[in-house]
Write a protein that binds this ligand. Sequence first.
Ligand SMILES: Nc1ncnc2c1ncn2[C@@H]1O[C@H](COP(=O)(O)OP(=O)(O)OP(=O)(O)O)[C@@H](O)[C@H]1O
Ligand SMILES: [Mg+2]
Length: 434
Amino acid sequence: MSQQRSEANSGVGRNWYRRLQAEYVPWLDCETLIRSRLAFGRRSLARVVLSNLTKTYAGGVTALDGLSLDIADGEFLVLVGPSGCGKSTALKMIAGLEEITAGEVSIADEVVNDLDARDRDIAMVFQSYALYPHMTVFDNIAFSLQIAKRPKKEIATRVAEVARILQLKDYLKRRPGNLSGGQRQRVAMGRAIIRQPSVFLMDEPLSNLDAKLRVQMRSEIAQIQRRLKVTTIYVTHDQVEAMTMGDRVALLRDGVLQQVDTPTNIYNKPANTFVASFIGSPSMNIFRGQLEGGLERCVLVLGKNRLEVPSSIFTGRPALAAKIGGEIIVGIRPEDMEYAALVPDHPREQRLVAPVLITESLGSDQMVHFALDAPAAKVADQDSLDEIIVAEGITSICIARFGARSTAEVGQTVEVAVACDRLHFFDAASGLAI
Ligand SMILES: Nc1ncnc2c1ncn2[C@@H]1O[C@H](COP(=O)(O)OP(=O)(O)OP(=O)(O)O)[C@@H](O)[C@H]1O
Ligand SMILES: [Mg+2]
């Protein structure tokens, strides 16, 4: 199987090699050039397909339940979800480090379920960098090539290229102990990159870094991936990383895929209340309410507040009209609310009136927590909020992002302008988007 795969795998490379040799530059060492995707742009073949991937650990925990994903060659896919949702398990099964209970993993159009980890042409980067402390940065990066007994000259060239990409040129003689966290992280990346794998698997590689470095490294990793165009599956529980790095984001909950889409679509069209509340910071506010009236003039009732919803919200949502007269779950993103005094032309019928509980000035804007007497739809981990709610006898808390010129203060009852054309609606029973 291994041989079959490597033949299939090198199809494009071989053709290119022959053409180069025959027609263009027969005097060059084409083999070395083809191998050096870093210098030449890589051959491309590594679509990764997961079909109904399932893992049940001994003891009966089903960590992953029928995960199906089709990851295009060169794509950067982020696997995100809360702790324990099965992200690392999925990655380990793709890598060949964990036995597959059911389903299939295919890489480059070949099922690799029974293929050894080392024959899968993948490189993994973990949270713990696992660098060799007694070796220099050069040797750490070069290690896999040294083990494979590649010629010294080739090793030197490839390490130099990797060091250039990762801006590690000045550190090649140092040992990991004398590097910063970010530099160590880049060495770990270098060890993966130098192998020129078809697929990168990264499991929370940035979680050991401080906040500032994490922001810097996440854009560096995204840039490197885009330059190398190596299919990458990146695991994180940080929704900001997911949104900023991935071509697409796959969100898991309790081992079950909730949605896979581009960051923009996941944010604007969450498939259910879980996705809606997981993606975005602060989270989408999600309440139970009722729709009253008719298609022409429809009102959303949220406790004592009534918001007139424009008829445009029914466009493309045929199921929504059927919910008029019944209970519904409604979602409002913090940025879709504004301190009404800052938008005097906003329709009166599209404002909430509510007491301010907390204000947080962020300089660029003001976060305002206010009480709403519509029941919150419980969707994610909201324990901390629940404590406040129970203690104060409040039905639910709504968080709005007001402009910096807002003068809302704790204790005031304020008017909140709501962009009602941007409301999200979900089925009250299933939590699925309407
Ligand atoms: N070797 C194991 N034996 C039994 N159960 C396991 C084993 N490894 C993981 N699990 C369980 O499988 C589930 C998924 O674990 P996994 O490590 O994939 O989660 P994760 O999404 O990577 O979480 P985190 O963000 O905390 O790393 C968890 O409930 C975990 O307790
Ligand atoms: Mg994990």
